[in-house]
Design a protein around this ligand. Structure first.
Ligand SMILES: Cc1cc2nc3c(=O)[nH]c(=O)nc-3n(C[C@H](O)[C@H](O)[C@H](O)COP(=O)(O)O)c2cc1C
Length: 375
């Protein structure tokens, strides 16, 4: 009998043939103008399978929010055209592709903001430590109500642009310490208005964005990603089950037809190089299982399956309505789906080229069958 990882499932409007999902991964290969380039089309094309789902790297919802150099955006015509080449390549092979909609919030720098303005966040609290350019993170400007409304509009407009670019849907980036997560977590949100304080208030921004995007393009073309346990970029919340449990209840109540909810597992280790003595804290008792009781639709689970492939098969077998996201192993194995299906060895990934530019470490990882690599 075929493992459930290789059985069909409906996600939004896509009928998928299997449950191996390409996870969103920032690779910094777009142009300096934040436009997707042909090399990116080759990369996503290489990783497409018939009936497979890909989720793109985070794409900025606006040109006025900083971000990182060489990340793509989804806010202007050139970008929409650039993405069209990518969505066409994926559809030509029978795959589906969602775009991850990203607002970095405070995780950027005034050097990248228009007019050198400070980055924005829920509250005026800086991330500790250094940013990508090696400078201290800056104290962000706490968004005011009118500015919050503007951000919500950015997400709605970006989702419409995504549909014009040919995407099957969008994933709202509510994870990993970026703007939406900065509102959800108590450590970065000390607001005293209706967006801060209680769990209901901290969850409001995520829910308002979900409502606006769903309204703009349809619930069944909208997904959202969360990382209740990720401590990256100073995210700390003492009550993950209550906080994200509330979000699950509300999403189930108000948006039961969302395409999916995407979780990063508590045992996620992608930021920790192999051999580093600091490995993920033992959170054996934590699991996303309680969230499954509240949310009845499809769930994508990611984090650590790269280093434990067996668990991916077990997870898909054990849980209904579940897909498994692969990050690093999909970077280094363009034919990951074929390799998993046929129990073939995986290429190791090279962390040193995750965030460089050009084709090295991007489109040059070998296929198991060399003839497929001409794709
Ligand atoms: C190079 C790299 C870039 C990433 N960029 C993003 C991103 O843009 N958005 C996001 O939600 N997660 C991002 N992630 C996290 C992955 O989606 C995934 O959750 C993580 O790699 C764990 O999966 P793995 O153990 O299979 O690698 C990134 C991970 C890597 C390795």
């Amino acid at each position: 009998m075929l493992p459930k990882l290789f059985s069909p499932i409906k996600v939004g409007r896509s009928l998928l043939a299997h449950r191996v999902v390409y996870c969103p991964q920032t690779r910094l290969r777009a142009s300096s103008e934040h436009v997707p380039v042909p090399l990116m089309a080759k990369y996503y094309d290489q990783r497409t399978t018939e009936g497979g789902l890909l989720i793109t790297e985070g794409a900025s919802v606006s040109g006025n929010i900083g971000g990182y150099p060489f990340t793509p955006g989804i806010y202007n015509e050139q970008q929409i055209e650039g993405w069209q080449d990518i969505t066409k390549a994926v559809h030509n092979k029978g795959g589906s592709i969602y775009i991850q909609l990203w607002h970095p919030g405070r995780a950027t720098s005034s050097a990248l903001m228009p007019g050198g303005k400070p980055p924005v966040s829920a509250s005026a609290i800086a991330i500790k430590g250094k940013n990508m350019a090696g400078a201290d993170y800056e104290v962000p400007h706490a968004l005011e109500q009118e500015e919050i409304n503007e951000v919500i509009d950015m997400f709605a407009q970006a989702s419409k642009n995504a549909i014009s670019a040919g995407f099957d849907g969008v994933e709202i980036h509510g994870a990993n310490g970026y703007l939406i997560d900065q509102f959800i977590n108590a450590s970065s949100n000390t607001r005293t208005d209706k967006y801060g304080g209680s769990i209901e208030n901290r969850g409001r921004f995520a829910l308002e964005i979900t409502a606006a995007v769903s309204k703009a393009i349809g619930e069944d073309r909208t997904g959202i990603r969360f990382s209740p346990w990720t401590e990256y970029q100073d995210m700390i919340d003492d009550t993950p089950y209550q906080t994200w449990g509330y979000l699950m209840d509300k999403l189930q109540e108000n948006h039961p037809d969302l395409a999916y909810i995407h979780f990063i597992e508590p045992r996620d280790d992608y930021l920790i190089p192999a051999g580093d003595p600091k490995q993920p804290t033992d959170k054996e008792t934590d699991s996303i299982e309680p969230f499954r009781k509240a949310w009845k639709g499809p769930i994508i689970t990611a984090g650590g399956y790269t280093t434990d492939v067996k668990r991916a098969f077990e997870t898909a077998e054990k849980y209904e309505n579940t897909l498994v996201g692969f990050g690093r192993s999909f970077i280094s194995n363009p034919d990951l789906v074929y390799r998993l299906k046929n129990n073939l060895p995986l290429n190791p990934y090279d962390r040193s080229t995750f965030y460089t530019q050009g084709s090295v470490g991007y489109t040059d990882y070998p296929f198991y069958n060399e003839k497929d690599s001409s794709n």
